[in-house]
Design a protein around this ligand. Structure first.
Ligand code: ADP
Length: 253
């Protein structure tokens, strides 16, 4: 193989280009920090005050005021979730995912996620069931909760009224398995490969105007990969989907 010799001018260009890229990377970090503080903080305050306006201590409201506040509230929640997705994406994107190494009872973690989703399931008239085994894994508690929350929220979002979502945690010996199964709209075979691509949203999701950014599953995959795990999906259009995450257990090979 012949080595390519760079002229001093070309070397200088490369150094300058490298410097520019480093600066851009730093600007990206600053932007993320700006988004985090300058957008999230006031939005959280808007959501808080909205809750006060509609809470038990509040003055009685007219029907119209209640309706308008409901619309403001849903829009604010949607913005908050978009900002959280963008921040999470930036976090899992910047030179690999940085993981805490907690010892975690995966069953208990999933149980907490399921409990916090029950009100959303009830509001969508979808039954949410769980069958949980205790199994220990090593990893980042907050990020693994993010994985489960994302899969649960998708399952609830894409399941019609009176449908069901089943969540299970199993001990497979050397690995632990979290499965989120729904009786929802399903995903066509030709779309399944792209699910984990950033910003990808299926045709059905767009047509049905289901809210979302198309970031959730790419975040999920980055977190699962960082834990040396794997994720797979099975689905049948009109019958439902199953997302399965497999993670190495503590003490496993
Ligand atoms: P978002 O939900 O924000 O659109 P995701 O990355 O979480 O983004 O999901 C990407 C796409 O995968 C969704 O738009 C949807 O089309 C499809 N999808 C994900 N989970 C399910 C599910 N449980 N049932 C049907 N489609 C799903």
């Amino acid at each position: 193989m012949t080595a390519m010799l760079l002229t001093p001018a070309a070397t200088e260009d490369l150094v300058a280009e490298n410097e520019r890229l480093l600066q851009l990377d730093q600007m990206k970090d600053e932007l993320i920090s700006m988004v985090s503080h300058e957008l999230r903080t006031p939005l959280t305050s808007i959501v808080g005050y909205l809750e006060m306006l509609t809470g038990p201590e509040a003055e009685p409201l007219t029907e119209q005021q209640t309706r308008f506040l409901g619309i403001i509230s849903r829009s604010a929640e949607r913005l908050l979730s978009l900002i959280s997705d963008l921040l999470m994406m930036a976090q899992v994107d910047s030179d690999g995912v940085k993981l805490e190494q907690d010892q975690i009872d995966l069953g208990a973690l999933v149980e907490e996620c399921v409990a916090s989703m029950q009100p959303i399931a009830a509001s969508r008239k979808v039954s949410l069931f769980a069958a949980i085994h205790t199994v220990q894994v090593c990893g980042d508690r907050r990020l693994l909760a993010e994985v489960v929350d994302n899969l649960l929220s998708n399952a609830l979002k894409f399941t019609l009224e009176h449908g069901s979502v089943f969540v299970s945690v199993g001990d497979l010996g050397e690995s632990a398995c979290v499965e989120v199964r729904d009786t929802g709209i399903g995903i066509p075979a030709e779309e399944r490969e792209q699910l984990f691509t950033r910003f990808y949203r299926s045709r059905t999701a767009v047509e049905r105007a289901v809210q979302g950014t198309g970031l959730g599953l790419s975040i999920v995959k980055a977190i699962v990969d960082a834990h040396n795990g794997a994720i797979e999906v099975e689905s049948e259009v009109g019958r439902g989907s199953t997302f399965r995450v497999v993670l190495p257990v503590v003490g496993g090979k």
